[in-house]
Design a protein around this ligand. Structure first.
Ligand SMILES: *Cc1c(COP(=O)(O)O)cnc(C)c1O
Length: 388
């Protein structure tokens, strides 16, 4: 007990103690956080589909028909026709032969990385990859080489040096979650071919956002046949929860048979699957949602730059505003919250020391007035704190 206390005290002393913020309403542009009405610029619900009436209606219908829980793991009693249907849809959406659903993106990374590589293999992993990739690498027992963020020369050097390994896997986020930039995927594919390595991309933040159909980074770069493993989530633009892996029939069959995070966990509930299916349906016939999202991204990003903020040039719905010190970052985010603008302050260990930032995310459902409201507040508070 004393030890637990000490751990918490030490976090508090370093300014790294974390507290939950409570949402009291749906993830719409205006919501309620800790009892206060705020403009939400911190959600991954990029296309606003969690509150889309078509998605909700279909989900309610399915719950009435199938009930609430799934009642078992996929390999026992929990595998519904809906799961199969969604897996087929996801495979098509990602341009792959097959797909398999996991309960979260986190579990998908653990499942795939512990199954497709093993002791004696090598994983080459971007320094800024998501924590679930890092944990999957650790659990896989393979050797891991970390290359500096998007550093292709270093990646090539590491590939050239490691040709004695049986099997080598290059793994990268598609859209990097704290910087919002894209992996240099065409070049990674070239290197993988040259050195006979496998490729895996985690496109949690690109799915539903990049590419004309929202297929993600692989559609964006037109690399459909070239990536061995595509991982995505249902939890961000696709308005539900869960993760999935798309790839060859062979790799999906192997995952179904061997991925422990797939086998030993209860299947996602019918309603969750219905929400993801309906989100995909809606997106398929309303791809203008993505165009609207891009307009909002541009409007907010250009506005922030014009105010004098140092905005990273991301190509996704993630807009990082670099501040540097964690104190100033937290000051800015808490002042903005007082002014009814909810953005995330991001500090170490999530990002490297000295690169604390405000992470703004935009949704299709934000109006021009919402974005102007945010820019007004960013101007006021930025001047007040001497940041701009
Ligand atoms: C959000 C995210 C995950 C985890 O997905 P969940 O469904 O939230 O568990 C994995 N990888 C990346 C890059 C992410 O951004």
């Amino acid at each position: 007990m004393q030890n637990w206390d000490e751990k918490l005290n030490s976090l508090q002393k370093q300014g790294l103690y974390r507290k939950l913020k409570e949402l009291g309403q749906a993830q719409k542009p205006w919501t309620v956080v800790d009892g206060q009405k705020v403009l939400l610029l911190a959600s991954n619900n990029y296309l606003g589909l969690t509150t889309n009436s078509q998605v909700i209606d279909r989900t309610v219908e399915v719950i009435e028909e199938y009930g609430t829980g799934s009642g078992g793991s996929r390999l026992t009693t929990g595998s519904y026709d809906l799961h199969q249907e969604l897996e087929k849809r996801l495979a098509r959406f990602k341009g792959a032969e097959a797909a398999i659903i996991f309960n979260t993106g986190y579990m998908a990374n653990l499942g795939v990385l512990t199954t497709i590589v093993r002791e004696g293999d090598l994983i080459l992993s971007d320094q800024l990859n998501h924590a679930s990739i890092i944990d999957g690498c650790r659990l896989s027992k393979a050797d891991v080489e970390i290359y500096h963020h998007a550093d292709l020369e270093e990646l090539e050097a590491k590939l050239a040096e490691s040709q004695d390994y049986n099997s080598r896997l290059i793994v990268t986020d598609g859209v990097f979650s704290m910087d919002g930039d894209l992996a240099p995927l065409p070049k990674i594919v070239e290197l993988a071919k040259k050195y006979n390595a496998l490729t895996m991309v985690d496109d949690a933040h690109g799915t539903g956002v990049l590419g004309e159909q929202g297929g993600g980074i692989v559609e964006y770069f037109d690399l459909k046949e070239e990536i061995d493993i595509q991982l995505g989530t249902l939890s961000k633009a696709l308005a539900a929860e869960g993760g999935f892996v798309a790839g060859s029939e062979l790799v999906v069959d192997l995952l179904r048979n061997q991925a422990r995070s797939f086998i030993y966990s209860t299947a996602l509930a019918p309603g969750t699957i219905a929400a993801a299916l309906s989100a995909l349906d809606y997106l398929e016939s309303n791809s203008d949602l993505i165009i609207e999202l891009r307009k909002n991204i541009r409007l907010l990003k250009d506005g922030l730059k014009k105010l004098g903020y140092q905005v990273l040039d991301s190509q996704s719905a993630i807009i990082p505003i670099m501040i540097g010190s964690s104190q100033q970052t937290m000051q800015l985010s808490s002042r903005l919250l007082e002014e009814q603008v909810f953005v995330s302050g991001i500090r170490p260990p999530t990002v490297p020391k000295g690169s604390s930032r405000i992470r703004v995310t935009v949704m299709t459902s934000h109006t021009k007035e919402d974005i102007e409201f945010a820019l007004d507040k960013f101007f006021k508070v930025g001047k007040e704190l001497g940041i701009i």
